[in-house]
Design a protein around this ligand. Sequence first.
Ligand code: DOR
Length: 429
Amino acid sequence: MSFLLIKGGRLIDPLQAVDGLYDIVVEKGRVKDVLKAGMLAGNDLKNKGKVIDAEGLWVIPGMIDMHCHLREPGEEYKETIKTGTTAAVAGGYTSLAAMANTIPVNDNASVTDFILNKASVEGAANVLPVGTVTRGMKGESLVDMGELKDAGVVAFSDDGRAVMNSEIMRRALEYSKAFDLPIISHCEDTNLSGAGVIHEGYVSAVTGLKGMPSESETVMIGRDIALAELTGGRLHIAHVSTAYGVELIREAKARGVNVTAEVTPHHLTLTDDAVRGFDTAAKVNPPLRGEKDREALINGLEDGTIDVIATDHAPHSLVEKDVEFDAASSGMIGLETSLSLCLSLLFKKRINLSALIEKLTKNPARILGLERGALKKGFKADIAIIDPNAEWVVDTSKLYSKSANTPFRGWKMRGRVVKTIVNGKVVYG
Ligand code: DOR
């Protein structure tokens, strides 16, 4: 019998309300035991398996990214399931919800099957496909949600585009109840965002770049909350970026609306100041907003209004990014920088450790209905081991992602993944 023993690390597991020194025993891909450090003395597992000395390190459940773009099928020059999941495990992620805006889009079982098969052969992490809400992501008619659920999708989303037709969104939310899967909404009124390329505010005024007002997000958050209230459907708001958006979600939750929300590490750590120099790596949708918005997002995380931190890892090549700002594609990679950026909020005392880890593990698992996101006896052994004090500099030539579109290049980071374990196997470190 072969064991894996992770010895003496500081285990932080919000699902079990645990924060302390523990030994973790893994066997046959699952957590076999979680014991107070030292309890194993005299019990010689050493000869029967592998021991990882985690003294001085943090041990957390493998992180779950409920929003990333793996680009396969169709745009393998930007990322593949293989490179994206390799980047993920280097960043401490063990499960990824892969957005549906591939080519072709994931609006039928054959695309979902392809993704799952490819991931089972080449994936370093667990890949959870997201299906589209509408056929062809055209916003005109609903997909066959039952077919997609049977094929294995964990959520529905037209992310990258808004579902502009409110009647279709209403029906999607109605069906989400029956299928018990969330609708992940990219909230953007495209008539209001128009030809905008950055946040509408001071920076758009001084650079001359066309702005998208905060209201292009908030009117759609308001609409979707109203529709979730009407239907009782399962609404999850993707990448919230505005202060008023946070407020709308806070009020909706207080009224008992079935709504959850996520924020990205980049909206938590950057403002539209990052695009002043016309850096296309900082062009994202929704755009980086103002400092008041950033503050409100952090407050929303702290008080539980925002449930999840999700990367919105969106790889693009030089072809899409090394062009004038207006013509550049939106999106930045995020899987390998997320943990350090999140920890920067902890080190600045803006959030406590357990609350932070919860947004990266327990909460996305709950929303996606996964029996993961915790190091509980019997759970799949998805684990990240972290050195909270390791310092490193973001060097895009050293990242595992196939793309290099990050405005964090050259940044000094603190906190780094030492080892990642997926289904009981060490896949990184
Ligand atoms: O910046 C973005 N990039 N936002 C999205 O919603 C889509 C994503 C992409 O697919 O590139």
